[in-house]
Design a protein around this ligand. Structure first.
Ligand code: TRP
Length: 328
């Protein structure tokens, strides 16, 4: 039975947090049973914005790989690899650069947005402009049909489709136009109530220790109107409740709402329940992380095998591409 191919990647800049878990990785795990999935660490992509200080990339790549396995990606079911170890991505990126109009890259909305956002860095480099082109090469080199991504990545996928179409039109029908598999998930807030993000320093990381997680949740903001234990509150105004919506059962959520609006339970109790439920999700992840950290050979082996398999698939496509573009 030929399963359809799915591909997705994650940039190796910073550690994996609960937002990444709920928003992307859990979905990757689900997809591995139904599709022929390729998942990789996009370490070259982290250089597009982080070129001036690459000191954390290697560590972050390793942490990502550990987390891929710890959250349940199964190397028997999916192919796990590192982008920079499959050089064919770079070759295809170069060849696609020949047929990609600059205007297409310049008008990708994330280009100007990110430049605004990361004002502390000089992002007038060519690699940063080419970010979506490299991403396109990552996807179409495997002739992937579906790409599970968040809504923010949709413009990138749009340009990937355009480039695939242009290649097929100019040379030969080699690439299917990849489609986004939009991940529907509740917004994960950080400990301060804003979106969970490494840049806000409000994230709970999979690499945090139980103590750290407990501490982060215990000191979370709640409804500011509940100053005293006897004050009644509005759970919707508390980021703690936003996390209950993800990690607690419907029944527990109802109890929390009732307890909060009647001042029947205090914020500490409410947080304790959240800590318990977050721990329930994180405990198996922690256990697998510890096991992988103490036997690094397992990780190396998975990555080596995955990389070989990815390279083989990429090489098959490149034979067609070189030929179609008139190379010897
Ligand atoms: N842009 C993705 C991120 O922000 C990483 C990525 C690189 C990717 N290449 C990809 C995602 C290909 C999906 C498909 O982490």
């Amino acid at each position: 039975m030929n399963k359809e191919r799915v591909l997705s990647g994650m940039q190796s800049s910073g550690r994996v947090h609960l937002g990444n878990l709920v928003g992307a990785l859990s979905n990757w795990v689900k997809l591995q049973d139904r599709y022929d999935c390729y998942y990789f660490v996009a370490d070259w992509h982290s250089l597009t914005t982080g070129y001036a200080d690459p000191s954390t990339i290697k560590e972050s790549t390793k942490d990502l790989l550990i987390n891929f396995l710890a959250v349940g990606l199964d190397p028997e079911k999916c192919t796990i690899f590192i982008q920079s170890r499959v050089l064919e991505h770079a070759e295809l990126h170069l060849l696609l650069s020949m047929i990609t109009p600059l205007g297409w890259l310049e008008r990708v909305p994330t280009y100007k947005e990110k430049q605004q956002e990361l004002k502390d860095r000089d992002l007038s480099n060519y690699g940063f402009l080419g970010y979506p082109l490299l991403q396109t090469a990552d996807i179409i080199i495997y002739r992937a049909k579906y790409v599970p991504v968040g809504i923010d990545q949709v413009p990138h996928l749009e340009i990937s489709r355009e480039i695939a179409r242009r290649f097929n039109y100019l040379y030969r029908e080699i690439f299917p136009e990849p489609e986004a598999l939009l991940t529907e998930f509740p917004k994960v807030v950080g400990v301060d109530g804003r979106k969970m993000s490494k840049s806000y320093e409000n994230a709970i990381y999979l690499s945090d220790s139980p103590k750290e997680v407990e501490q982060k949740i215990r000191t979370m903001m709640t409804d500011p109107a509940r100053v005293k234990r006897t004050d009644k509150g509005n759970p919707e105004l508390s980021p703690v409740f936003q996390l209950h919506k993800i990690f607690s059962s419907k029944q527990e959520q109802e109890e929390i709402v009732r307890g909060c609006v009647t001042a029947g339970i205090g914020c500490i109790e409410c947080k304790k329940l959240l800590i318990r439920n977050v721990f329930r999700v994180m405990e198996p992840i922690w256990a697998k992380r510890d096991a992988l950290i103490s036997s690094p050979d397992v990780l190396h082996d998975v990555v080596d095998k995955g990389t070989q398999k990815a390279r083989k698939a990429a090489e098959e496509t490149m034979l067609l591409v070189r030929n179609a573009m008139g190379l010897y």
